[in-house]
Design a protein around this ligand. Structure first.
Ligand code: PGA
Length: 245
């Protein structure tokens, strides 16, 4: 089961010591099924890689530039650089980045360049509240997935992260029945359209120690993408402990 911590635009070199307790937990055989991935900001990626060396914890970036080769793109970082620093994962298509200008086309290029660097892609998609109210949820999700994966050959290194935009940071989560049926629809679409045998789907959006017990009951989920609650190790650990007995 995946526990992917998305630190967003938070954290400094000092905050790396916060994860000491998580490193300790990851060593316990009881939690060997927990696949813990930290996605800190670029500025501390390499410190995270050093800190988690010889542990089971992996590190990922939160986005990249779409150009796969080095080039004149001031202020940007591409998948190759992320790979070179020792990260193994990358979040692509997060709604906060879609909102900031990441189009489906750019996202497709980013997924492509990340896969060519052998990074595991955490591909995010999800509807806004307005879209949900208009009953357009599946239509929106389908388009994001279809455009994001267009012309890609090997999809086995992709983790699909369903993150309803209205659920991120809001404390609001779909009830289990609705979320589960949503996940099944997504799974079937991925199987049918992209011939992915067993797509790995994780859920993100206000996952916290209070709602995790009920979320883990959704057996079709392979884990969680956790924002706010991953920045506090106590909460992150609580989530992991409550998910794995
Ligand atoms: P949240 O963020 O857990 O704070 O809602 C999730 C995400 O944006 O990945």
């Amino acid at each position: 089961m995946y526990f992917i911590g998305n630190w967003k635009m938070f954290g400094s070199v000092k905050s790396i010591n916060y994860i000491n307790s998580v490193i300790k937990l990851a060593k316990l055989s009881k939690f060997k099924k927990a696949k813990i991935v930290y996605c800190p900001p670029y500025t501390i990626l390499s410190e995270f890689v050093k800190k988690t060396k010889n542990t089971k914890i992996k590190v990922g970036a939160q986005n990249c530039h779409h150009e796969k080769n080095f080039g004149p793109y001031t202020g940007f970082i591409n998948a190759k650089m992320i790979k070179l620093i020792g990260a193994k994962y990358i979040i692509i298509g997060h709604s906060e980045n879609r909102r900031a200008g990441d189009t489906d086309k750019l996202i497709n290029l980013k997924v492509k360049s990340s896969l060519s660097e052998n990074l595991q892609v955490i591909f995010c998609f999800g509807e806004t509240l307005k879209e949900r109210k208009k009953n357009k949820t599946f239509q929106v999700i389908k388009k994001q997935i279809y455009m994001g994966l267009k012309n890609l050959k090997n999809l086995k290194n992709i983790i699909f992260a369903y993150e309803p935009v209205w659920s991120i940071g809001s404390g609001k989560v779909l009830n289990n029945n609705d979320l589960e049926s949503q996940i099944i629809i997504i799974k079937n679409y991925l199987k049918k359209k992209f011939k992915i045998k067993n797509p790995k789907i994780v859920y993100g959006g206000s996952v916290n120690p209070n709602n995790i017990k009920s979320l883990v009951e959704i057996r079709t989920l392979k884990g969680f993408l956790i924002g706010g609650a991953s920045q506090k190790s106590k909460k992150f650990i609580d989530i992991i402990k409550k998910s794995i007995n």
